[in-house]
Design a protein around this ligand. Structure first.
Ligand code: TYM
Length: 333
């Protein structure tokens, strides 16, 4: 069955292994199927829900685009663009925010985590962030959305918004109800310093994550220092419960090798952590280092990157403008 794919990544600093294995690697796999039409967005409007330095934001938009291309996305097969270039996203977001309910947004765990203790000081944008995400997806009639586990709740909200719009305006099937595509075993890559915490750009310790632009030495060092426990490696996947660091390292290894977690678990059964770490560092360098080399090459020619974004935004604008216009007609404008 042909799929309409839409996904986005925020341009907020270096992408890390969680972004790569949880999302971008899947974007590339989906692009390989000729029946799919794929749209991948650098979601810069989402990035400004927290304060950004304008010069750094501009650099990060190009860097995230370069990471897409270096990982294997191809602008002749997929539409690649940045959200702020396509005004329909902001317009669609307003229209849908009048359908979304406060009670739904109040349940969003990511807002609670990001806003921290002092919710009063969080931007209104951070609060309504999931509505913009719903607009991103619904304006392109996306049927499938590849994301990491942490975005599952936002996808459920998107589905609720679409369903309510269709009911309120008596137009069943007008806004398409999208399905999340979440990688089974590797949907949540965890911190290298604490296997119970998500690998994240906002963790103050750089040792907690592998950045897609890390050097070989940095990768080897971070894996060497990654937290472990003191037991030999488990024999079975079921024994990984309660051993979050081991599960994470084996998960990363499996995802990079495109093999099931139980195959990797058997491969290292009874061995020491040092053997797993050595092999994992080797595979990481082999897979990640060419991407970081390519990013550096691409960043030397930012005009090329800007051209890709401009061409992508023209295509995206054409599709989303039509949908916004249809939404407005349904509403009565
Ligand atoms: P963002 O920019 O935080 O993350 C981009 C993608 O990376 C995934 N991810 C992870 N996956 C596994 N393990 C991790 N530790 C990890 N950290 C991040 C995220 O799940 C995501 O898929 N709101 C979204 C961006 C967005 C979007 C959209 C996504 C805006 N509009 C429309 C899909 C469709 C976000 O902030 O992702």
């Amino acid at each position: 069955m042909s799929k309409k794919i839409f996904s986005g990544v925020q341009p907020t600093g270096n992408l890390h292994l969680g972004n790569y294995l949880g999302a971008i690697k899947n974007f590339v796999d989906l692009q390989k199927d000729k029946d799919n039409s794929c749209i991948y967005c650098v979601v810069d409007l989402h990035a400004i829900t927290v304060k950004q330095d304008p010069k750094i934001l501009k650099k990060n938009i190009r860097e995230t685009t370069a990471s897409f291309l270096a990982s294997g996305l191809n602008s002749s097969k997929s539409i690649i663009f940045n959200q702020s270039k396509v005004p329909s996203h902001a317009e669609g977001s307003w229209l849908l925010s009048c359908v979304a309910r406060m009670g739904w947004l109040n349940r969003m765990t990511q807002f609670k985590e990001k806003a921290g203790h002092d919710k009063e000081k969080a931007s209104v944008g951070l609060y309504i962030y999931p509505v913009l995400m719903a607009a991103d997806i619904l304006l392109y009639d996306a049927t499938h959305v590849p994301v990491g586990e942490d975005q599952k709740q936002h996808l459920e909200l998107t589905r609720d918004i679409a369903q309510k719009f269709n009911t309120d305006f008596n137009c069943s099937d007008f806004l398409k109800i999208p399905e999340p595509l979440i990688q089974k075993d590797f949907s949540r890559i965890m911190s290298l310093r604490d296997g119970t915490k998500k690998m994240s750009k906002s963790d103050p310790s750089d040792q907690s994550r592998i950045n897609i632009t890390d050097t070989k030495d940095q990768i080897v060092n971070k894996i060497r220092k990654a937290k472990t426990d003191s037991k030999p490696l488990s024999e079975n996947v079921s024994d990984l419960e309660g051993r979050p660091e081991l599960k994470n390292l084996l998960g990363i290894f499996s995802s990079l090798q495109n093999q099931d977690l139980d195959v990797s678990t058997k491969e290292f059964a009874g061995k020491n952590f040092s053997e797993l770490k050595e092999k994992l560092a080797e595979v990481l360098v082999e897979k990640i280092h060419p991407i970081s080399n390519e990013i550096n090459k691409l960043l030397k020619d930012y005009k090329y990157i800007d051209k890709i974004l401009l061409e992508g935004s023209i295509k995206a604008e054409k599709i989303s403008k039509k949908k916004v216009s249809e939404i407005k007609t349904k509403i009565g404008f």
